[in-house]
Design a protein around this ligand. Structure first.
Ligand code: CP
Length: 325
């Protein structure tokens, strides 16, 4: 068990080794068990965490705030619009200054081509851990929660088939960070990872290459499909969600026009029946209901979306306790 995580940043999924991710899951299960038993675990008493948001959130903000309180510390929610960042405070200044007030700096910044660079600049300038609450490239805490959920529902993921698929949504160009983080992390656990998307919805080539490299190191397989139904066939885990055609266009109108070619990429009962009978349906939320997925699937017996959302709390507490204590 690798436990040397104190002081470390967690910005990309591969910042922690596979053994370190296993440590995080081990601690997360312990904290989840202790919370169920009402055993207090004030591991971060008197510690503070900055939560700097450049983008909206339901789950991420609340799970970090609740998690810090349960660990005996305090999380400060900071909407970037209420700061002086737009008046000139640089990433270096935020890192230097917040690093002197807080024991950790967590940031959500999803702007395409900007977010990940910003989080890295802040982390490099700060003396405390930098935590990525989602950027344009990665959503690492979501995927830790997903991995924990897979261990709970499916058992050891080695040899299991997961279909990470694009699905249609009309609301907005969602970041590509969730599918990218999924293919990076799941390929380290010996899974058979399918990435299914129409041709315009490619992921970043270097992320896809890292997923392929993981398969060579850890076993399993990685394949890319462009047929929505084929992605579901005999899968153990289906994770169909929308993302933007950001490598094809950053123009919202053009992207919307591309998306309308694929409005039939909706997860419904017929598609779920193509997967294994005991397959689980995963989604990080929010979902465009009855556009991306039908109510009957997301509210149905195979859906584990609320467990995924809950597990955000436990994995984040584990990472905070391990990096900030
Ligand atoms: N899944 C997720 O990150 O949810 P929020 O955008 O609501 O934080």
């Amino acid at each position: 068990m690798q436990t040397h995580l104190r002081g470390r940043d967690f910005i990309g999924d591969l910042d922690f080794s596979k053994e370190e991710v296993e440590t995080v899951l081990d601690v997360a299960f312990q904290l989840k068990r202790e919370r169920a038993l009402r055993i207090p675990h004030p591991l971060l008493r008197d510690k503070t965490l900055a939560l700097l948001f450049f983008f909206t959130s339901t789950r991420t903000r609340s799970s970090f705030e609740a998690g810090m309180a349960q660990l005996g510390g305090h999380a400060a929610f900071i909407d970037s619009k209420t700061t002086q960042i737009s008046h000139g405070d640089t990433a270096k200044e935020i890192g230097e200054i917040y690093g002197r007030y807080y024991d950790g700096i967590a940031i959500r910044h999803c702007d395409w081509g900007t977010g990940n660079r910003y989080i890295n600049e802040v982390a490099q300038a700060s003396r405390v851990p930098g935590l990525n609450m989602q950027c344009d490239i990665y959503h690492p805490f979501q995927i830790l929660a997903d991995l924990m959920t897979i261990f709970e529902k499916v058992g050891n993921p080695r040899g299991k088939v997961i279909n990470v698929s694009w699905a249609y949504a009309s609301s907005y160009q969602k970041p590509i960070s969730v599918p990218q983080s999924l293919i990076l992390q799941m390929t380290r656990f010996g899974m058979h990872v399918r990435l299914t998307h129409p041709p315009e919805y490619k992921l970043m080539p270097d992320i896809v290459q890292q997923a392929r490299d993981n398969v060579r190191k850890f076993g399993g397989s990685f394949e890319i499909l462009d047929d929505f139904d084929a992605g579901f066939k005999d899968a153990d885990i289906v994770y169909p969600k929308s993302w933007g055609a950001l490598l094809t266009t950053t123009d919202d109108a053009e992207s919307a026009a591309i998306g309308r070619k694929y409005t039939d990429w909706i997860t419904d009962d017929r598609r779920m029946a193509l997967a294994k009978p005991d397959a689980i349906y995963m989604h990080c939320l929010p979902a465009d209901r009855n556009i991306e997925v039908t109510d009957s699937v997301i509210d149905g017996p195979q859906s584990v979306v609320y467990d995924q959302a809950e597990n955000r709390l436990h994995v984040q507490k584990a990472v905070m306790a391990l990096t900030m204590a």
